[in-house]
Design a protein around this ligand. Sequence first.
Ligand SMILES: Cc1cc2nc3c(=O)[nH]c(=O)nc-3n(C[C@H](O)[C@H](O)[C@H](O)COP(=O)(O)OP(=O)(O)OC[C@H]3O[C@@H](n4cnc5c(N)ncnc54)[C@H](O)[C@@H]3O)c2cc1C
Length: 275
Amino acid sequence: MKAMDPRILTPAMVRIVEATDMTAHERFFRLRLPRPLRHAPGQFVMASIPGIGEAPISICCGPGDHDRLELLVRSAGSLTMAMQQLGAGDQMGIRGPFGTGFDLAEFEGCDVLIVAGGLGLAPLRSLIEPLLAERNRFGRITIISGCRTPADELFRDEMRAWGRAPGTRVIRLVNDTAHLPWDGEVGLVTAPIAGLDIPPATLAVLCGPPVMYKFVIMELAARGLAHDRIFIDLERRMRCGIGKCGHCQINHLTCCQDGPVFRLSAVEALPEALA
Ligand SMILES: Cc1cc2nc3c(=O)[nH]c(=O)nc-3n(C[C@H](O)[C@H](O)[C@H](O)COP(=O)(O)OP(=O)(O)OC[C@H]3O[C@@H](n4cnc5c(N)ncnc54)[C@H](O)[C@@H]3O)c2cc1C
Protein backbone atom coordinates (compact mmCIF):
# COMPACT_ATOMS: atom_id res chain seq x y z
CA MET A 1 0.00 0.00 0.00
CA LYS A 2 1.25 3.47 -0.93
CA ALA A 3 2.01 5.70 2.09
CA MET A 4 -0.16 8.83 2.32
CA ASP A 5 1.59 12.16 1.88
CA PRO A 6 1.37 13.77 5.38
CA ARG A 7 1.18 17.23 3.75
CA ILE A 8 -2.38 16.38 2.74
CA LEU A 9 -3.42 16.72 6.38
CA THR A 10 -0.90 19.34 7.56
CA PRO A 11 -1.59 22.90 6.45
CA ALA A 12 1.28 24.96 5.05
CA MET A 13 1.31 28.49 6.46
CA VAL A 14 1.12 30.78 3.45
CA ARG A 15 1.67 34.56 3.30
CA ILE A 16 -1.10 36.88 2.15
CA VAL A 17 0.26 39.45 -0.31
CA GLU A 18 -3.02 41.24 -1.00
CA ALA A 19 -6.33 41.42 0.85
CA THR A 20 -9.20 43.67 -0.21
CA ASP A 21 -12.89 43.92 0.59
CA MET A 22 -14.80 43.11 -2.59
CA THR A 23 -18.21 43.72 -0.95
CA ALA A 24 -19.43 44.22 2.61
CA HIS A 25 -19.34 40.44 3.15
CA GLU A 26 -16.65 39.09 0.84
CA ARG A 27 -12.90 39.59 1.10
CA PHE A 28 -10.47 38.75 -1.69
CA PHE A 29 -7.07 37.26 -0.88
CA ARG A 30 -3.99 36.75 -3.01
CA LEU A 31 -1.43 34.46 -1.39
CA ARG A 32 2.14 33.68 -2.39
CA LEU A 33 2.77 29.95 -2.40
CA PRO A 34 6.11 28.31 -1.64
CA ARG A 35 5.53 26.17 -4.74
CA PRO A 36 2.82 26.10 -7.44
CA LEU A 37 -0.31 24.11 -6.50
CA ARG A 38 -0.91 23.01 -10.12
CA HIS A 39 -4.64 22.84 -9.46
CA ALA A 40 -7.41 22.18 -11.96
CA PRO A 41 -10.17 24.80 -12.37
CA GLY A 42 -12.97 23.99 -9.92
CA GLN A 43 -10.77 22.53 -7.19
CA PHE A 44 -10.69 23.88 -3.65
CA VAL A 45 -8.30 24.16 -0.71
CA MET A 46 -8.87 23.72 3.00
CA ALA A 47 -8.02 27.16 4.43
CA SER A 48 -7.42 27.67 8.15
CA ILE A 49 -6.42 29.95 10.98
CA PRO A 50 -4.70 27.99 13.76
CA GLY A 51 -6.84 27.84 16.88
CA ILE A 52 -9.97 29.04 15.08
CA GLY A 53 -10.84 26.52 12.37
CA GLU A 54 -10.58 25.23 8.85
CA ALA A 55 -13.01 25.38 5.90
CA PRO A 56 -13.17 24.46 2.23
CA ILE A 57 -12.65 27.50 0.02
CA SER A 58 -12.68 27.37 -3.78
CA ILE A 59 -9.60 28.38 -5.67
CA CYS A 60 -10.78 31.38 -7.66
CA CYS A 61 -7.81 31.87 -9.99
CA GLY A 62 -6.98 29.88 -13.09
CA PRO A 63 -4.43 27.09 -12.99
CA GLY A 64 -0.90 27.52 -14.17
CA ASP A 65 2.67 27.17 -13.18
CA HIS A 66 2.51 30.18 -10.92
CA ASP A 67 2.99 30.77 -7.22
CA ARG A 68 -0.22 32.74 -6.77
CA LEU A 69 -3.36 31.47 -5.07
CA GLU A 70 -6.54 33.56 -4.98
CA LEU A 71 -9.50 33.03 -2.68
CA LEU A 72 -12.73 34.92 -2.10
CA VAL A 73 -14.09 34.44 1.40
CA ARG A 74 -17.64 35.29 2.45
CA SER A 75 -18.23 35.96 6.12
CA ALA A 76 -20.44 33.07 7.32
CA GLY A 77 -19.23 31.90 10.76
CA SER A 78 -16.32 31.85 13.16
CA LEU A 79 -13.49 31.10 10.70
CA THR A 80 -14.67 33.10 7.73
CA MET A 81 -15.45 36.09 9.98
CA ALA A 82 -11.94 35.91 11.45
CA MET A 83 -10.53 35.79 7.92
CA GLN A 84 -12.12 39.17 7.17
CA GLN A 85 -9.61 40.64 9.64
CA LEU A 86 -6.54 39.24 7.84
CA GLY A 87 -4.44 41.59 5.74
CA ALA A 88 -1.30 41.68 3.62
CA GLY A 89 1.63 40.22 5.53
CA ASP A 90 -0.56 37.89 7.62
CA GLN A 91 -0.60 34.15 7.03
CA MET A 92 -3.28 31.50 6.65
CA GLY A 93 -3.02 27.71 6.58
CA ILE A 94 -3.59 26.00 3.26
CA ARG A 95 -3.81 22.33 2.33
CA GLY A 96 -4.81 20.86 -0.98
CA PRO A 97 -5.81 21.22 -3.75
CA PHE A 98 -8.73 18.82 -3.33
CA GLY A 99 -11.62 17.54 -5.39
CA THR A 100 -12.40 17.09 -9.01
CA GLY A 101 -12.03 19.95 -11.40
CA PHE A 102 -12.87 20.75 -15.00
CA ASP A 103 -10.87 19.08 -17.76
CA LEU A 104 -10.17 21.90 -20.22
CA ALA A 105 -9.54 19.39 -23.02
CA GLU A 106 -13.25 18.49 -22.92
CA PHE A 107 -14.17 22.14 -23.55
CA GLU A 108 -12.00 22.34 -26.67
CA GLY A 109 -14.05 23.55 -29.67
CA CYS A 110 -17.30 23.70 -27.66
CA ASP A 111 -19.57 26.63 -26.94
CA VAL A 112 -19.56 27.20 -23.18
CA LEU A 113 -22.41 28.55 -21.07
CA ILE A 114 -21.46 29.55 -17.54
CA VAL A 115 -24.21 30.38 -15.04
CA ALA A 116 -23.13 31.80 -11.69
CA GLY A 117 -25.33 32.79 -8.78
CA GLY A 118 -23.73 35.00 -6.13
CA LEU A 119 -20.56 33.52 -4.69
CA GLY A 120 -20.72 30.79 -7.37
CA LEU A 121 -18.75 33.16 -9.58
CA ALA A 122 -15.64 32.60 -7.42
CA PRO A 123 -14.99 28.94 -8.35
CA LEU A 124 -16.14 29.58 -11.92
CA ARG A 125 -13.54 32.36 -12.29
CA SER A 126 -10.92 29.57 -12.06
CA LEU A 127 -12.49 28.17 -15.26
CA ILE A 128 -13.22 31.48 -16.99
CA GLU A 129 -9.59 32.64 -16.71
CA PRO A 130 -8.08 29.71 -18.65
CA LEU A 131 -10.95 29.70 -21.19
CA LEU A 132 -10.22 33.34 -22.00
CA ALA A 133 -6.44 32.93 -21.81
CA GLU A 134 -6.56 30.49 -24.74
CA ARG A 135 -9.61 31.99 -26.40
CA ASN A 136 -9.08 30.32 -29.80
CA ARG A 137 -9.33 26.80 -28.36
CA PHE A 138 -13.00 27.21 -27.44
CA GLY A 139 -16.28 28.16 -29.13
CA ARG A 140 -18.57 31.00 -28.04
CA ILE A 141 -18.47 31.76 -24.33
CA THR A 142 -21.54 33.12 -22.53
CA ILE A 143 -21.31 34.05 -18.87
CA ILE A 144 -24.52 34.77 -16.94
CA SER A 145 -23.86 36.11 -13.47
CA GLY A 146 -26.53 37.15 -11.01
CA CYS A 147 -26.51 38.59 -7.53
CA ARG A 148 -28.98 40.24 -5.18
CA THR A 149 -28.15 43.95 -5.60
CA PRO A 150 -25.43 46.01 -7.34
CA ALA A 151 -23.61 46.23 -4.00
CA ASP A 152 -23.24 42.42 -4.00
CA GLU A 153 -21.63 42.18 -7.43
CA LEU A 154 -18.31 40.28 -7.46
CA PHE A 155 -15.35 40.78 -9.83
CA ARG A 156 -17.15 43.83 -11.30
CA ASP A 157 -14.28 45.19 -13.42
CA GLU A 158 -13.16 41.75 -14.54
CA MET A 159 -16.63 40.85 -15.77
CA ARG A 160 -16.62 43.94 -17.97
CA ALA A 161 -13.18 42.97 -19.32
CA TRP A 162 -14.32 39.37 -19.96
CA GLY A 163 -17.22 40.73 -22.04
CA ARG A 164 -14.75 42.53 -24.32
CA ALA A 165 -12.97 39.28 -25.28
CA PRO A 166 -13.80 38.04 -28.80
CA GLY A 167 -16.81 35.70 -29.02
CA THR A 168 -17.60 36.28 -25.38
CA ARG A 169 -20.83 37.61 -23.92
CA VAL A 170 -21.32 38.52 -20.28
CA ILE A 171 -24.85 39.03 -18.94
CA ARG A 172 -24.88 40.65 -15.50
CA LEU A 173 -28.10 40.63 -13.50
CA VAL A 174 -29.34 41.75 -10.13
CA ASN A 175 -32.56 40.65 -8.44
CA ASP A 176 -33.15 44.20 -7.28
CA THR A 177 -31.28 47.45 -8.03
CA ALA A 178 -31.94 48.61 -4.44
CA HIS A 179 -32.03 52.17 -5.90
CA LEU A 180 -28.32 51.94 -6.73
CA PRO A 181 -26.84 52.78 -10.15
CA TRP A 182 -26.85 49.65 -12.33
CA ASP A 183 -25.86 49.12 -15.97
CA GLY A 184 -26.81 45.44 -16.24
CA GLU A 185 -30.14 43.62 -16.34
CA VAL A 186 -32.72 43.03 -13.63
CA GLY A 187 -34.06 39.52 -13.07
CA LEU A 188 -33.01 35.99 -12.29
CA VAL A 189 -30.18 34.13 -14.05
CA THR A 190 -32.73 31.85 -15.69
CA ALA A 191 -34.32 34.73 -17.66
CA PRO A 192 -31.67 35.22 -20.40
CA ILE A 193 -31.37 31.48 -21.19
CA ALA A 194 -34.51 31.40 -23.35
CA GLY A 195 -32.97 33.94 -25.74
CA LEU A 196 -29.66 32.12 -26.22
CA ASP A 197 -28.62 29.93 -29.11
CA ILE A 198 -27.57 26.66 -27.37
CA PRO A 199 -26.32 24.04 -29.85
CA PRO A 200 -26.36 20.42 -28.51
CA ALA A 201 -22.57 20.34 -28.21
CA THR A 202 -22.59 23.24 -25.72
CA LEU A 203 -21.15 22.57 -22.28
CA ALA A 204 -22.99 24.32 -19.45
CA VAL A 205 -21.43 24.90 -16.05
CA LEU A 206 -23.51 25.99 -13.06
CA CYS A 207 -22.52 27.17 -9.61
CA GLY A 208 -24.72 28.98 -7.14
CA PRO A 209 -27.28 28.49 -4.40
CA PRO A 210 -29.10 25.11 -4.48
CA VAL A 211 -32.42 26.67 -5.55
CA MET A 212 -30.75 28.04 -8.69
CA TYR A 213 -29.84 24.59 -10.01
CA LYS A 214 -33.39 23.33 -10.26
CA PHE A 215 -34.59 26.24 -12.39
CA VAL A 216 -31.50 26.59 -14.58
CA ILE A 217 -31.53 22.84 -15.26
CA MET A 218 -35.22 23.04 -16.22
CA GLU A 219 -34.42 25.87 -18.68
CA LEU A 220 -31.50 23.98 -20.19
CA ALA A 221 -33.54 20.78 -20.46
CA ALA A 222 -36.28 22.76 -22.24
CA ARG A 223 -33.60 23.85 -24.73
CA GLY A 224 -32.66 20.20 -25.28
CA LEU A 225 -29.22 20.21 -23.66
CA ALA A 226 -28.30 16.66 -22.60
CA HIS A 227 -27.63 16.16 -18.90
CA ASP A 228 -24.14 14.84 -19.56
CA ARG A 229 -23.33 18.28 -21.07
CA ILE A 230 -24.19 20.04 -17.80
CA PHE A 231 -21.74 20.38 -14.90
CA ILE A 232 -22.82 21.43 -11.43
CA ASP A 233 -20.59 22.51 -8.57
CA LEU A 234 -22.02 21.24 -5.27
CA GLU A 235 -21.27 22.41 -1.73
CA ARG A 236 -21.47 20.32 1.39
CA ARG A 237 -20.10 20.78 4.87
CA MET A 238 -16.78 18.93 4.97
CA ARG A 239 -13.86 18.43 7.29
CA CYS A 240 -11.04 16.32 5.87
CA GLY A 241 -11.02 16.88 2.10
CA ILE A 242 -9.87 13.31 1.49
CA GLY A 243 -13.10 11.32 1.66
CA LYS A 244 -12.54 9.92 5.16
CA CYS A 245 -14.70 11.90 7.59
CA GLY A 246 -17.96 11.31 5.73
CA HIS A 247 -19.38 14.78 6.45
CA CYS A 248 -19.84 15.56 2.76
CA GLN A 249 -21.31 12.21 1.69
CA ILE A 250 -23.90 12.36 -1.11
CA ASN A 251 -25.28 8.80 -1.11
CA HIS A 252 -22.28 6.68 -2.19
CA LEU A 253 -20.22 9.71 -3.32
CA THR A 254 -18.18 12.19 -1.33
CA CYS A 255 -18.39 15.82 -2.35
CA CYS A 256 -14.73 16.43 -1.48
CA GLN A 257 -13.31 13.64 -3.66
CA ASP A 258 -15.92 12.77 -6.29
CA GLY A 259 -16.88 16.47 -6.50
CA PRO A 260 -17.37 19.32 -5.98
CA VAL A 261 -17.70 19.38 -9.79
CA PHE A 262 -20.19 16.74 -10.95
CA ARG A 263 -21.71 15.94 -14.29
CA LEU A 264 -25.48 16.30 -13.83
CA SER A 265 -26.12 12.90 -15.40
CA ALA A 266 -23.93 11.28 -12.70
CA VAL A 267 -25.85 12.69 -9.72
CA GLU A 268 -29.39 13.56 -10.81
CA ALA A 269 -30.77 10.19 -9.65
CA LEU A 270 -29.16 10.48 -6.21
CA PRO A 271 -31.78 11.60 -3.66
CA GLU A 272 -29.26 13.66 -1.64
CA ALA A 273 -27.57 15.50 -4.52
CA LEU A 274 -30.05 18.19 -5.57
CA ALA A 275 -32.43 18.00 -2.61
C1 LIG B 1 -16.21 22.79 -2.00
C2 LIG B 1 -16.57 24.05 -1.27
C3 LIG B 1 -16.10 25.26 -1.71
C4 LIG B 1 -16.39 26.44 -1.03
N1 LIG B 1 -15.90 27.61 -1.50
C5 LIG B 1 -16.11 28.75 -0.82
C6 LIG B 1 -15.53 29.98 -1.26
O1 LIG B 1 -14.86 30.05 -2.29
N2 LIG B 1 -15.74 31.08 -0.50
C7 LIG B 1 -16.49 31.05 0.65
O2 LIG B 1 -16.64 32.08 1.29
N3 LIG B 1 -17.09 29.91 1.07
C8 LIG B 1 -16.90 28.76 0.39
N4 LIG B 1 -17.45 27.60 0.82
C9 LIG B 1 -18.31 27.63 2.05
C10 LIG B 1 -17.41 27.69 3.28
O3 LIG B 1 -16.66 26.50 3.36
C11 LIG B 1 -18.28 27.86 4.56
O4 LIG B 1 -18.88 29.12 4.52
C12 LIG B 1 -17.37 27.75 5.78
O5 LIG B 1 -17.11 26.38 6.03
C13 LIG B 1 -17.98 28.36 6.99
O6 LIG B 1 -17.04 28.17 8.05
P1 LIG B 1 -17.09 29.07 9.36
O7 LIG B 1 -16.24 28.43 10.40
O8 LIG B 1 -16.81 30.49 9.05
O9 LIG B 1 -18.61 29.02 9.75
P2 LIG B 1 -19.39 27.94 10.59
O10 LIG B 1 -19.44 28.53 12.00
O11 LIG B 1 -18.84 26.58 10.44
O12 LIG B 1 -20.79 28.00 9.90
C14 LIG B 1 -21.50 29.23 9.74
C15 LIG B 1 -22.77 28.97 8.95
O13 LIG B 1 -22.44 28.50 7.63
C16 LIG B 1 -23.07 27.24 7.38
N5 LIG B 1 -22.14 26.44 6.57
C17 LIG B 1 -20.91 26.02 6.92
N6 LIG B 1 -20.37 25.29 5.92
C18 LIG B 1 -21.27 25.28 4.92
C19 LIG B 1 -21.31 24.70 3.61
N7 LIG B 1 -20.32 23.98 3.11
N8 LIG B 1 -22.42 24.88 2.89
C20 LIG B 1 -23.45 25.60 3.34
N9 LIG B 1 -23.47 26.17 4.57
C21 LIG B 1 -22.39 26.01 5.34
C22 LIG B 1 -23.33 26.66 8.75
O14 LIG B 1 -24.42 25.76 8.74
C23 LIG B 1 -23.64 27.89 9.56
O15 LIG B 1 -24.98 28.29 9.39
C24 LIG B 1 -17.20 26.40 0.15
C25 LIG B 1 -17.68 25.17 0.60
C26 LIG B 1 -17.39 24.02 -0.10
C27 LIG B 1 -17.92 22.72 0.40
